[in-house]
Design a protein. Structure first.
Length: 455
């Protein structure tokens, strides 16, 4: 008797409009709104803690020890300590410190409560001691884990779909203001998770609600504490000129260049990770020393601050654009090289997000290209961010939004150029990246099974 597949599919996938009008969905929205408040407050507290500890150990500590300023060698012992703490967390605490950054930015399952301390401490050691990774991946994991844990406190055995949706809402709330807009965070999670089909809106709406409330919490706490919102923002962006035919040609060049650089960064990081995993603790300390050495080498070679290479680059994007005239072509070349190599070392061993370092490398590369004829500063800056984000994240829509929303009203002017650069980078990255090896298990099983003799 044939099976009625259409009927079974209809039973397993309820009508989205029916769900949208249901009482249970309204309850889900209320829970998402309530979850957005404590999760966003916790995310703000985490970012505030990182923001306080970073200058404490890199600026205040050397002064308290009697130094006139921060010595050039200061990152060496601190990044060694940061590498040691991160490695111990990854090695001995449950959850291996959370997201593996060399895997790129993609949605993973909601962490269990026992894994949250490891994610927290690994991210804290990475960010506070100036490894070249950002806070977005740990915040997503912490937000999702806290939200799912809150659901379990209310209901001991919640439905799997409810936990997943509210866990996603917690992730939305945690990054609601980090990227400059709650909407951008929503697109990031939507594209990274591959959501689609008629159910997409039902899943996204609770997350958007939590993100909107989270953004309000960030603004309120930032105003109340005087610490700001820790949101990605640029000030005094120069006026963008109308795109020219020459700049569309540069969009092709920047897209291809970003693809090669991004694939190279990931290739080196993955191979370094293989060595780090064999001897996690000493190898992570060595990678921390490598990052510190690159920062010191850049500072000594250019006379600029070592912090241009250290950290994720989130807060350095604004001064990089504002004071771009202070960077010579040689300094920009050395900055792109040292930041990229420090990015490789951090990806291979530390724990954090890949977005902000990719944006910074792309921005520095775009400014470098703008020294050549036919390319304006803002166009090069925006195209570099978009193309490098596409190469590292492989999320083209988010990459376009990151580059254009960041520069405010000037983003509409350069958006056509950014789209071309992002598409070229995305396609070239796909072509340059080797396909994963096919699985051999089915063939082995077929070979090992006895052959059926003909009757």
């Amino acid at each position: 008797m044939p099976v009625d597949t259409k009927g079974s599919e209809a039973a397993s996938h309820p009508d989205p409009l029916t769900l949208l009008r249901s009482r249970q969905y309204l309850v889900l929205l209320v829970m998402a709104a309530l979850i957005g408040v404590p999760v966003s407050a916790a995310a703000f507290g985490f970012l505030a803690l990182v923001g306080e500890v970073q200058p404490l150990i890199y600026t205040d500590l050397p002064k308290s020890l009697g130094f006139d300023g921060t010595p050039a060698w200061w990152p060496l012992p601190l990044l060694a300590v940061g590498g040691l703490l991160t490695a111990l967390t990854v090695r001995y605490l449950p959850g291996r410190g959370g997201h593996e950054p060399t895997a790129g930015f993609k949605a993973v399952g909601v962490p269990t409560p026992i894994e949250l301390p490891g994610i927290f401490f690994a991210a804290l050691a990475t960010l506070c001691f100036a490894a070249v990774l950002g806070p977005e991946a740990p915040l997503l994991a912490l937000g999702g884990g806290l939200a799912a844990g809150a659901v379990r406190l209310v209901r001991r055995d919640p439905p799997e779909q409810v936990s997943a949706v509210l866990g996603a809402a917690g992730s939305f709330a945690a990054v609601s203001s980090l990227l400059g807009s709650p909407l951008l965070g929503a697109f990031l999670l939507m594209e990274a998770s591959g959501l689609g089909g008629p159910m997409m809106a039902l899943v996204l709406v609770p997350g958007l609600l939590a993100a909107g409330i989270g953004a309000l919490i960030f603004v309120g706490l930032g105003s109340w504490t005087g610490l700001g919102t820790y949101s990605l923002a640029l000030h005094d962006v120069p006026e963008a000129a109308t795109p020219t035919a020459a700049e569309f040609g540069w969009a092709l060049v920047i897209g291809v260049s970003a693809a090669f650089v991004g694939v190279g960064i990931r290739w080196v990081a993955v191979r370094l990770r293989a060595h780090v995993e064999r001897r996690r603790v000493p190898a992570t300390v060595v990678m921390g020393l490598v990052v510190a050495g690159l920062a010191i080498g850049y500072a000594e070679g250019t006379g600029n601050a070592a912090t241009d290479v250290l950290y994720s680059g989130q807060t350095a994007l604004d001064p990089l654009l504002t004071h771009n005239a202070a960077f010579s072509v040689g300094a920009l070349l050395l900055l792109v090289l040292c930041k990229s190599l420090a990015y490789c070392a951090s990806l291979s061993s530390f724990r954090g997000g890949p977005i902000f370092p990719a944006m910074f490398v792309g921005a520095a590369g775009g400014i470098l290209f703008s020294h050549l004829p036919g390319l304006t500063l803002v166009a090069g800056f925006a195209m570099g961010i978009g193309a490098m984000s596409a190469a590292m994240l492989r999320l083209p829509l988010v990459s376009v939004l990151l580059a254009t929303l960041l520069i405010g009203s000037q983003g509409l002017t350069v958006m056509p150029l950014v789209i071309v650069a992002v598409v070229v980078s995305y396609v070239m990255t796909a072509r340059l990246t080797p396909l994963p090896a096919p699985e051999q298990e089915p063939e082995q099983e077929q070979e090992s099974s006895p052959r059926r003799q003909p009757s």
